[in-house]
Write a protein that binds this ligand. Structure first.
Ligand code: FES
Ligand code: FES
Length: 236
């Protein structure tokens, strides 16, 4: 069966006798005619021209609290938290993997909850406590393993990385995952295993809770080992 090209279809439509339509019925042709008439009218009225806002109109001052310090910036209101961190504040620990919420490389903590910073507007995080990988350690300038956050130390101890690109996101995500389990937040695995009163941090739970963080090097067994150790209170 051959399909008539679009222009042919429109010509055929034009040849059809006009069917009576109710007040609320629009034909496709009438809709397009109305839409183009309205657009032309809007463009013709001075001051109502459809124009992109000037660049300065899209920028606003913002104060972000990151790793305990306040930073005041002027940002385009559409800036992602990840770009604000990396491009404006030189906090390049959080990585841009996909920029689409699919890999977890950009994971940071916002009020102790993990978020994909590539999908979070910087303005949506104003007023919150933001923690990045740079702010996790116990001291601002860690010199010893004992200065690190226990999850950082566990990743070191268990070789939970290869190239390291996903690691800041993995660690931030793991910190939040352990806290989620401690306060009894359930995952799909908790329902499968029947542990809905208080989920246990089994390897299956760890894998499920960390499933938003992709490691292209495949360091998963060692990542699970590191998270397991921290969740059981085993220090590195
Ligand atoms: S960079 Fe944000 S999820 Fe991949
Ligand atoms: S360590 Fe290379 S992507 Fe995870």
């Amino acid at each position: 069966m051959s399909v008539a090209p679009c222009t042919e279809v429109e010509e055929l439509e034009a040849q059809q006798p006009q069917q009576p339509t109710s007040d609320f019925e629009f034909t496709r042709r009438r809709f397009l005619q109305t839409a183009s008439t309205l657009t032309a009218a809007a463009a013709a009225i001075p001051g109502v021209a459809v124009a992109a806002p000037a660049e300065s109109e899209q920028k606003r001052a913002i104060t972000l609290k990151i790793n305990g310090q306040s930073h005041t910036l002027t940002l385009d209101t559409r800036t992602s938290l990840l770009d604000a961190l990396r491009e404006n504040l030189d906090l390049t620990g959080s990585k841009k993997g996909c920029d689409h919420g699919q890999c977890g490389a950009c994971t940071v903590l916002v009020d102790n909850r993990r978020v994909n910073s590539c999908l979070t507007l910087a303005f949506a995080a104003e007023g919150a406590e933001i923690t990045t990988i740079e702010g996790l350690a116990k001291t601002p300038d860690p010199k010893e393993v004992s200065d690190l956050h226990p999850m950082q130390a566990a990743f070191l101890m268990h070789d939970g990385y290869q190239c390291g690109y996903c690691t800041p996101g993995q660690i931030c995500s793991a910190v939040a995952a352990v806290e989620e389990q401690k306060r009894g937040a359930l995952s799909i695995v908790s329902f499968h295993t029947g542990h809905t009163d208080h989920p246990e941090m089994t390897d299956d739970e760890i894998r499920e809770r960390m499933s938003g963080n992709i490691c292209r090097c495949g360091a998963y067994p060692n990542i699970v080992a590191a998270v397991r150790a921290v969740s059981r209170g085993v220090s590195a």
